[in-house]
Design a protein around this ligand. Structure first.
Ligand code: DX5
Ligand code: ZN
Length: 216
């Protein structure tokens, strides 16, 4: 299982320390949540902070943009050193164009779906995607309760990926912890984002190692 710890739950006063913990852990990537107070009812951090994270991080950055008009920031995300740019389907009127522009900028393209958005919305772009992020909470805050319908969505998405021959990975974000990680892997998830489950734990790198050890 690939694990992407979400820095939203890290200690922003000790970011270097928390990123270094991730560097020395079994994390596959680092999840950076950008919120604009418009697309979601909260504001987190922006590009100057991600650039600072990139200077310390030795894992690829998985940037999740919970913002309106994400297509206006493709160059800014690339300049932060991001490997994966995640845009919400609900925020993109011209999703196909935005996916093409992300790839032309040299990044991997991922599209995120809110809990209420059906998987079928990606039917006509799935073959172009490197990853699909299924929100398992309504985006905007860390530490929320996992929405069980996510299991049905993972299965439907796995079917869509298989039918289309897409190589997209399935990432799940929100309320992921050691109690549901194995079931998510069994349902077909490839990448687990975990914020509070990692950073609120007494042994954060132990939680990352335990999740990473789950067979997908
Ligand atoms: C929520 C963010 C998540 C958040 C997850 O809107 O997209 O990445 O950090 O936090 P937990 O794992 O605590 O639910
Ligand atoms: Zn996220």
């Amino acid at each position: 299982m690939l694990v992407s710890p979400s820095l939203l739950s890290a200690d922003f006063g000790n970011l270097d320390r928390d990123i270094e913990m991730c560097n020395n852990s079994d994390a596959a990537m680092l999840h950076c949540d950008v919120m604009d107070g418009v697309f979601v009812p909260n504001i987190s951090f922006g590009f100057p902070v991600i650039k600072a994270v990139a200077r310390v991080a030795r894992k690829p950055l998985d940037v999740h943009l919970m913002i309106v008009n994400p297509q206006n920031y493709i160059g800014a995300v690339r300049d932060c050193g991001a490997e994966i740019m995640n845009v919400h389907q609900e925020a993109c009127v011209h999703l196909d164009r935005t996916i093409q522009a992300i790839k032309a900028a040299g990044m991997k393209a991922a599209v995120t779906l809110n809990p209420s958005t059906p998987v079928v919305m990606l039917e006509d772009v799935i073959d172009q995607l490197d990853m699909v992020l299924l929100m398992s909470v309504n985006p905007g805050f860390g530490g929320q309760k996992f929405i069980p319908n996510t299991f049905n969505k993972i299965k439907r998405l796995r079917q869509l990926i298989t039918d289309s021959g897409s190589k997209a990975l399935i990432e799940v974000d929100g309320g992921v912890n050691l109690d549901n990680a194995a079931a998510l892997a069994a349902a077909g998830a490839d990448v687990l984002v975990a914020g509070s489950a990692v950073f609120s734990a007494p042994d954060p790198s132990g939680v990352i190692a335990a999740m990473a050890a789950i067979k997908s």
